[in-house]
Design a protein. Structure first.
Length: 213
């Protein structure tokens, strides 16, 4: 367990090479890949997410931790696939059509990956149809949309309406966020949830899944 704590601590500090080396060491010591993922990497990212939410650390610190997480996942991913270990869930995420802002969306994607979710990031300026077609192709569990302009917010309603047309509504959860977006707007358009920042987005997505999923 001490080795997993070292992985967690070094990840929190953003030491990517050290985290990769410790992850390889843990594999060589025959610690189960799922245990390394849950008790080393995700445990570390959970601390990072909490500190970011409390403003104890800032965006550059989160990006460094994410880089460390990615370095370890390069080691672990083939083993997790081989073991057939399921991901917590699959999330399609993007900034809506005509909205080129993506810093907040990128942060949400990083934190979701750190929490053990598979993230399909569509980038920015994403048409409503693309959210739906990707969710269907990937058998996604969640669609996450971001908007920073009031003029692009209607695209979110279009995605909800398309989800209803395609029979996805209720099966794929829809979460929305961004500066002009509100909980009231999410309810108005029929989205499942509104999130006000990256850490809250992770908490919200986690709430969609059973504790032991």
């Amino acid at each position: 367990m001490e080795l997993l704590e070292q992985i967690s601590e070094n990840l929190q500090n953003g030491f990517d090479e050290k985290v990769a080396a410790l992850t390889k060491d843990a594999v060589e010591k025959q610690i189960h890949p799922k245990e390394i993922l849950q008790n080393g990497l995700i445990a570390g990212m959970n601390v990072v997410s909490k500190k970011f939410k409390n403003h104890d650390i800032f965006l550059p610190d989160v990006l460094l931790a994410a880089r460390a997480m990615n370095s370890a996942m390069e080691v672990l991913k083939p083993l997790l696939i081989k073991e057939g270990i399921p991901i917590r869930g699959k999330v399609v995420i993007g900034s809506v059509k005509d909205d080129l802002h993506d810093i907040g969306k990128n942060l949400v994607a990083i934190l979701l990956k750190g929490a053990g979710f598979e993230v399909i990031d569509l980038g920015n300026d994403v048409p409503a149809e693309k959210f739906i077609s990707t969710a269907m192709e990937e058998n996604a569990h969640v669609i996450g949309m971001s908007a920073l302009l009031t003029t692009t917010m209607p695209v979110m309603k279009k995605v909800v309406d398309l989800a209803k047309d395609e029979g996805l509504y209720g099966r794929v959860r829809i979460i929305v966020g961004g500066a002009p977006v509100s909980k009231e707007y999410a309810l108005e358009i029929g989205a499942d949830a509104y999130s006000y920042d990256g850490a809250n987005a992770v908490e919200t997505v986690e709430s969609f899944f059973p504790v032991n999923s």
